[in-house]
Each structure stands twice: as structure tokens, then as C-alpha cells.
Write a protein that binds this ligand. Structure first.
Ligand code: ADP
Ligand code: ASP
Ligand code: MG
Length: 449
């Protein structure tokens, strides 16, 4: 059971989570394993304080740590009685001392190394997991805090580390399984891991979902539950479309496409470990636990709607690479993609014509260097301010009329790129970001209203 940041935002939210865990413990022979995110907004704040430390804004940085300290101490005091509160306060106090030391060192060096960055941002999940473990215990269910850095073993790619499966399986068997066997609920901070040498790493933003799937797979869990602040996977991003509906069933393939193309409710890597072992993933609302949520499996019941859902990714940039001389020559695409690989920048949508290749990127941090490298052998045109709209549904594979309807629903919008995956589970369209909300409303209206 993974609980996101809003599900543990304050003492009231944590009390609700304790209730959900207690009910799960009572209805099942084995205790659930709990994975928890940092309290909402804490990771963003830690990143902001890292930047403040780098710029030697020491007072701002220290005030920020004091805010974090107050927020966590207040939750502890509201949730726990004297003795257990003191115990947790001492542990969180030590985490905050480490944080202050790391930020101070960052200020002296005027830069946070990737390993310092991960050691700083992991503080949020360390603190929330300690509080939740104690709150569950206080709620009458035996519980143990588990140090995620001893349970998830990763490579050394700081800020976007990848789990090492055999090592993690061993670590989970050592750190988590014995607690379950004793009937205790293990509580693990999401998002964080460590290298085999014990250096703290993080799995990328939104990575607690991924932690849940990694641990679920290592445990051969019956189900992976993602508890969040919406009723499940919705037919569209609720921040863009007015009243999306819950999708009751999704296939692993559909869920991966939606997560990859912007449905933030699920981290894009979450599905992978679940697919590998065919473990169902369920998305549920911690604010409305009686809802059915969304069930994601390999073979969901046949959908009665043509599309499962539509997703969108905002603020992407298109790079158009033209070469009259080179495109027909073999090796051209390799040269193009090598440039993106060298700069560790992922490409989302790709289309080609006889003389050009167009790609989109959502991370433009290295764009300048990428464009310079491409200009050594091609003409390059960059167009920012675009958005990706992605219609997803397994039915697209069997019914060609659905793709036509998707394109038809977008009549009148200047479309910059169109692509249909080989699996034909999605139709992806790139258009102006300024048109996104109306285009999404029109497409959603056509298929879901
Ligand atoms: P958590 O903190 O629980 O991990 P997130 O904020 O990461 O929660 O993800 C949940 C949010 O994802 C929702 O509040 C919603 O705004 C956003 N979201 C975007 N697209 C979708 C979608 N298709 N279905 C559900 N939620 C979505
Ligand atoms: N706290 C981390 C983040 O905000 C991980 C997560 O919440 O999933 O990115
Ligand atoms: Mg999330």
C-alpha cells in the first residue's frame, strides 16, 4: 500500500491512513507493507532550499529548515502521546541535523553534488515514514519503520537511480519479510534507495509509486495499491478537463502509455515490475476509501468505450532536423539519436519525412548543446510552447475508425505532429500549448461525455 504526499499532508490525513491500514490488516491474514511519500510539498521545498544554499541565502535556508521542522513536529505532537512522541521527535531531529549539515556543506561548496542532492531530498520520506510507522503502532497495529536505503538497492545514477533486482530481492527478504512474518506492518519511505556501497540515491520525481512496485515485486505481493487524492485513473487530467470520470479497468499497456504521456497519478516506471510478475495495480483515493478505484491488470474485461483515457504533457519543445543531403543515407538517424543520448535527454514523439526528422523533448536543460551538436550535420529548427495530447485505448488496435475519430475531433486546431504507435494502442498529437485545454475538452467531449 503506497500513500502519496497529500495522503499524509498533516495529522488528520495521517489518521485517515492509519484507519485504512488498520482495516487492511484486519481483513487479511498477512499485514500489508506500507510505502509512504514525503508530506505534500516537502520535496519541492527541499529542492528549493538546496538552491538557496548554493546561492548562500543562509537565512532563507535556515528558516526553511525551521518551517519543515515545525510542520513535522506539530504532526507528531498531534498524533502521538508523550513517550512515543519523544522517541520520534529525537529521530526526526537527527534527520534535520543531517539536513542542516548537508545544506551548510552545499553553501560552502556553492554546489550540491548529485549524491549530496539525493542525501538532502531523502529527508522528506525519512521523516514521514518514521511518523507514519509510529502512528500505526499507536493506532493498535504492530508496526516497524524500515530504512528504505537498506531495502531498495540501486545503481549510482543519482536523482534517477534504477533498482538492481536481485540485490533488492535479497534486501527485501532480509529487511521486510521477517517483519511481515512477525505480524508487523513494515513502513518504508518511498522514492529513496542506496547503492550496494550504501550511498543514498533517489528514483526520480514521483518515484514513491515506483518504490511500491519494486517492493511489491520483490515480495511477490498479491496486489500493489497506489493511494492518492483522486478516485483512480481518470479519463483526463482533472487539472485540464472539467469533469473527467474514473476508468474502472485498464491494461498494463494502457496504464504505461497514460503514465508516460502525463497522467501524473502513476509514475511511468511503476507498471514495469508489476508486469514482469503479473501483479495487479490498483489506484485508490485515501480521502474516499469506499470508491472502487482503477484496477490495472494484464487482461482487463473488454472495454465498452472506444478509448480508455486521454493524457497530456505540457510545455514540450519540438526539434526539427532537416538535411537534404543526409536523410536518405543510412546512419543519419543513428547520428541524430546519438546526440540526444549523449546529452541524456529523452525524446517523446518522433515523426519523419523524406528530408526531416521531428522530435519532441520535455526536458530542455541541455537543448542548447543538443542543437549545436545537430547543426554540425543538419539544419535545425526549434519550436517551444507545444503540448502532447495522447489518446489511449487497446481498442485502437482493432478498430481503425477510432483513430479517425480522434483526428476528426481535433478539427480546426493546427496540429504540429501526429504519430500512431506500432502497438497502435495510442494516437499522439502535438499541438500548441495555448490550444491544449480547448483541444482536450473537445476530444474528451467526443469520447466520454
Ligand atoms: P500522490 O502525491 O498521491 O503521488 P500525485 O499528485 O503524484 O499524487 O498524482 C495525483 C494527481 O495526478 C491528481 O491529483 C491529478 O491532478 C493528477 N492527474 C493527472 N492526470 C490524471 C489522470 N488521468 N487521472 C488521475 N489523476 C491525474
Ligand atoms: N516525494 C517525492 C516527490 O515529490 C516522491 C513521491 O512523492 O512520489 O517527487
Ligand atoms: Mg505521485
Amino acid at each position: 500500500m503506497k500513500f502519496g504526499g497529500t495522503s499524509v499532508a498533516d495529522a488528520d490525513a495521517i489518521t485517515r491512513v492509519v484507519g485504512i491500514v488498520k482495516a487492511a490488516r484486519e481483513s487479511s491474514g498477512l499485514p500489508p507493507v506500507v510505502i509512504v511519500s514525503a508530506m505534500s510539498g516537502v520535496t519541492d521545498r527541499l529542492l528549493e532550499l538546496t538552491q538557496a544554499a548554493e546561492r548562500r541565502l543562509d537565512a532563507h535556508m535556515l528558516n526553511g529548515v525551521a518551517d519543515l521542522s515545525r510542520r513535522h513536529f506539530e504532526a507528531v505532537e498531534r498524533l502521538l502521546p508523550g513517550d512515543s512522541a519523544n522517541h520520534v521527535l529525537a529521530e526526526i531531529g537527527a534527520d534535520l541535523d543531517d539536513l542542516r549539515a548537508l545544506l551548510k556543506a552545499t553553501g560552502i561548496l556553492r554546489a550540491a553534488s548529485p549524491s549530496a542532492h539525493d542525501a538532502i531530498v531523502c529527508t522528506g520520506e525519512l521523516m514521514s515514514s518514521r511518523i507514519l510507522a509510529a502512528a500505526i503502532e499507536h493506532g493498535g497495529v504492530p508496526s516497524s519503520w524500515v530504512d528504505a536505503r537498506r531495502a531498495i538497492v540501486t545503481d549510482g545514477a543519482h536523482t534517477a537511480a534504477a533498482p538492481l533486482a536481485p540485490e533488492t530481492r535479497e534486501a527485501v527478504a532480509r529487511e521486510i519479510v521477517p517483519r511481515v512474518a512477525e505480524g508487523r506492518v513494515p513502513v518504508v519511505g518511498g522514492f529513496i534507495g542506496a547503492t550496494p556501497q550504501g550511498v543514498t540515491t533517489t528514483l526520480g520525481r514521483g518515484g514513491s509509486d515506483y518504490s511500491a512496485a519494486i517492493i511489491g515485486a520483490a515480495l511477490d505481493a498479491r496486489e500493489i495499491q497506489i493511494w492518492t487524492d483522486v478516485d483512480g485513473m481518470l479519463t483526463a487530467d482533472p487539472r485540464v478537463v472539467a469533469s473527467p470520470q474514473v476508468v474502472r479497468h485498464l491494461s498494463f499497456g494502457e496504464a504505461s502509455e497514460l503514465a508516460y504521456f502525463g497522467a501524473k497519478v502513476l509514475h511511468p516506471s511503476t507498471i514495469l515490475p508489476a508486469v514482469a510478475q503479473d501483479i495487479p495495480v490498483r489506484i485508490l483515493n485515501s480521502l474516499r476509501r469506499e470508491g472502487c478505484g482503477t484496477m490495472i491488470t494484464a487482461d482487463p474485461p473488454p472495454a465498452d468505450r472506444p478509448l480508455a483515457a486521454v493524457a497530456c504533457k505540457r510545455h514540450v519543445t519540438m526539434v526539427e532536423i532537416t538535411s537534404t543531403r543526409m536523410l536518405m543515407a543510412h546512419g543519419f538517424l543513428r547520428r541524430v539519436f546519438e546526440v540526444f543520448e549523449r546529452h541524456r535527454t529523452a525524446v517523446d514523439v518522433v515523426t519523419t519525412s523524406e528530408v526531416s526528422v521531428s522530435v519532441t523533448v520535455d526536458d530542455d536543460a541541455r537543448l542548447g548543446a543538443i542543437v549545436d551538436a545537430l547543426r554540425e550535420f543538419a539544419e535545425v529548427n526549434v519550436e517551444p510552447g507545444l503540448a502532447i495530447l495522447c489518446a489511449v485505448g487497446d481498442n485502437l488496435r482493432t478498430d481503425p475508425r477510432i483513430a479517425q475519430r480522434v483526428i476528426g475531433a481535433l478539427e480546426g486546431f493546427p496540429v504540429r505532429m501526429v504519430s500512431q504507435a506500432a502497438s497502435r494502442r495510442n494516437v499522439t498529437i502535438v499541438l500548441r500549448d495555448a490550444d491544449l485545454a480547448t483541444a482536450m475538452a473537445q476530444l474528451h467531449g467526443e469520447f466520454f461525455e
